[in-house]
Design a protein around this ligand. Structure first.
Ligand SMILES: [Fe+2]
Length: 248
C-alpha cells in the first residue's frame, strides 16, 4: 500500500476575468511536481470565457494514463468549479469528455445563468464525476442551506481559506454521512498544496478507485506547514528529497 498526495482544488488563473495564458498552467504543473504532489486536479471556474483553452493545452502537452492526463509523472485530473444559482460552488472532477457532456446538457454557463443545485446533480449524476461541495462555510456561498440534498455529493471540502472552520465542516459532514476532502483553492501557484489529500492506492490510479476510496472514508487530509512551504521555496533541490511522500 502506498499513498498519493493530491491537490483537488486549483485554479489556473490568478484573476478569473484576465485571459488564460499557457505559462500559468505550466508553472502550476511544474510547482505541483516540485512540492511532491502526485495528483493535481485542475479546477478552473467553468464559466470563464476561455475555459476550454486550458484543456486544449493539456491535450497537447500531456500523455494519457488510464484515460487521465499525465505530465512528467504527475497525474492531472480534469475538473471545474461550477457555481449554482442558490449561491455555492461545486468541484467536479472527471474527464474532459464528461465536462463537455455536462456543458452540452446545461448549456454554456455564465454569471446569471447557473443551474440550481439539484439541476446540477441531476445533469451530472451518470457522468462519473467526483463531486465535492467547495468551501461550504463561505458566507456568500454557504452550502448548508441545501440541507439533506448535500447527500448527493461525494464529499464536502475543508478549504484552506476556512481552516478555522474545519471542525464545523467535520461535524456537519458526519451528520450528513459525507466524507471530507481538502482543497487549497489555489489561485496563485504558491498556494498549491497548502492542504492536500492522501489517497491510499495499490496498483494503477483510476477515477473509479478514487471515488471508491472517498466513499469508504479512506482518504485523509493534511495541512502543509509554513516551515515546510518555506523550505521548498528557499531550498527546493535540498527539500525535494523527502517532500515527495508524506507520512500517512
Ligand atoms: Fe475555487
Amino acid at each position: 500500500m502506498h499513498y498519493l498526495k493530491a491537490e483537488f482544488h486549483c485554479h489556473v488563473k490568478l484573476f478569473s476575468r484576465r485571459p488564460f495564458r499557457p505559462g500559468q498552467l505550466r508553472r502550476r504543473l511544474e510547482w505541483a511536481r516540485r512540492t511532491g504532489l502526485d495528483v493535481l486536479a485542475v479546477t478552473e471556474h467553468i464559466d470563464v470565457s476561455d475555459f476550454w483553452e486550458i484543456y486544449h493545452c493539456l491535450e497537447s502537452w500531456c500523455g494519457h494514463a488510464s484515460g487521465m492526463f499525465e505530465w512528467r509523472g504527475l497525474i492531472v485530473l480534469a475538473g471545474a468549479e461550477v457555481s449554482v444559482a442558490e449561491g455555492g460552488d461545486i468541484i467536479m472532477i472527471g474527464s474532459p469528455a464528461a465536462l463537455k457532456e455536462l456543458e452540452k446538457r446545461l448549456g454554456r454557463l455564465r454569471p446569471g445563468r447557473f443551474p440550481a443545485f439539484q439541476t446540477l446533480m441531476d445533469a451530472s449524476e451518470d457522468l462519473g464525476f467526483l463531486r465535492t461541495g467547495a468551501h461550504p462555510c463561505r458566507s456568500s456561498k454557504e452550502l448548508w442551506k441545501m440541507g439533506p440534498l448535500l447527500k448527493r455529493l461525494d464529499a464536502l471540502e475543508v478549504n484552506a481559506t476556512e481552516l478555522s472552520l474545519a471542525g464545523h465542516v467535520l461535524r456537519k459532514s458526519a451528520e450528513l454521512n459525507r466524507p471530507v476532502l481538502a482543497g487549497s483553492d489555489a489561485h496563485h501557484w504558491l498556494q498549491m498544496g497548502r492542504v492536500y489529500n492522501l489517497l491510499p492506492f495499490e496498483g494503477r490510479f483510476t477515477l473509479v478507485e478514487l471515488k471508491q476510496a472517498v466513499a469508504q472514508h479512506r482518504v485523509t487530509w493534511q495541512r502543509n506547514g509554513v516551515r515546510s512551504l518555506l523550505g521548498k521555496m528557499i531550498f527546493p533541490g535540498w527539500f525535494s528529497g523527502f517532500a515527495g511522500r508524506p507520512t500517512p
